[in-house]
Design a protein around this ligand. Structure first.
Ligand code: NAD
Length: 297
């Protein structure tokens, strides 16, 4: 299976390495020469343009920053240059409307399209343990799953085209709200002179237990692998969380869904990003709530 892969950044670089490790033939493209060099060392062939990468590919995967990049690459390179039997999969996180519009453009050109945004971050991309949330027709899912499986610990069909993006933004809204809840609890525990390690031990075995607490604990110490122990470097960037919350709030406003906590989460993450902390892990918002931003210098 020949896979063209466009977008070799934090996520795409690990994803192509996982595909190459599994013996897939990968033709990679990025506008960054450094990213291309990385893909070559990971065992991929590289192309000089997106159009050249997709020609002759059975599967085309894009992993780009935002909707405008995906629209441009799909409309100018992927749809016109891919073969009639190619399967086109966008794994970026973008809005549902753009996904559906691009899918329809692909289908009218006779191509099969799917959306498959991911959860699992840079480590999941590197280790081939991402969770893919797929939007595609049921009859095409087996083909999409086979294309993604070397990069995945789970490939789950959310529904038809666009449903993967819908699942992704709803999931990340839970994540943002739960992280803020955990951060507020640690900030209050501190004011109440509770020992944070002891509080973690209790909450992680009580009804406050959640992924934000036990996998990404914002208080340094209790979870050694959490970004809080690396001065909040690595992990899931605040700027990406703010981006995903913007997507969920735009969707809520368009559909009339009531998401007051999502709106508050966006306000806090946008503020934190505006203060210059967009490149820190999103759990660093604890230091904003503690009034200890100076500790992040
Ligand atoms: P990134 O900015 O690190 O990488 C994007 C890559 O796309 C860059 O290498 C850039 O040079 C390349 N690019 C931009 N325009 C291009 C074009 N026209 N042609 C070819 N290449 C182009 O971003 P990332 O962290 O890898 O994230 C990619 C997507 O995955 C985003 O939509 C993000 O929201 C989503 N995502 C990221 C994470 C994460 O933890 N980083 C987790 C889940 C989902």
């Amino acid at each position: 299976m020949r896979t063209a892969f466009i977008g070799l950044g934090n996520m795409g670089s690990g994803m192509v390495a996982s595909l190459a490790r599994a013996g897939r033939e990968v033709v990679a493209f990025d506008i960054s020469a450094e990213a291309l060099e990385g893909a070559r060392s990971a065992g991929c062939e590289t192309a000089t343009s997106a159009a050249a990468a997709v020609a002759g590919a059975d599967v085309v995967i894009t992993m780009l920053p935002a909707a405008r990049h995906v629209s441009q690459v799909w409309r100018e390179a992927v749809i016109p240059n891919s073969g009639p039997d190619a399967l086109l999969i966008d794994c970026s996180t973008i809005d549902v409307d753009t996904t559906r519009a691009l899918g329809e453009a692909a289908q009218s050109a006779g191509r099969l399209a799917a959306d498959a945004p991911v959860s699992g971050g840079i480590a999941g991309a590197r280790d081939g343990t991402l969770a893919f949330m797929v939007g595609c027709g049921e009859e095409h899912f087996a083909r999409v799953e086979a294309a993604l499986s070397p990069m995945a610990r789970a490939v789950i069909r959310a529904g038809d085209l666009g449903a993967g993006q819908a699942a992704k933004i709803c999931n990340n809204m839970i994540l943002a709200v739960s992280m803020l809840g955990v951060c507020e609890a640690f900030a209050l525990a501190e004011k109440l002179s509770l020992d944070p390690e002891r509080f973690f031990e209790i909450a992680s075995k009580s009804s406050g237990q959640c992924w934000s607490l036990t996998n990404y604990c914002p208080w340094p110490g209790p979870v050694p692998s959490a970004p809080s122990n690396r001065d909040y470097h690595g992990g899931f960037l605040t700027s990406l969380m703010a981006k995903d919350l913007r997507l969920s709030q735009e969707a809520a406003s368009r559909t009339g869904a009531s998401t007051p906590l999502g709106a508050q989460a966006l306000a806090l993450y946008a503020l934190f990003e505006g203060l210059g902390y967009g490149q820190r892990d999103f759990s660093a918002v604890l230091q904003l709530l503690r009034g200890r931003l100076a500790d992040l210098a």
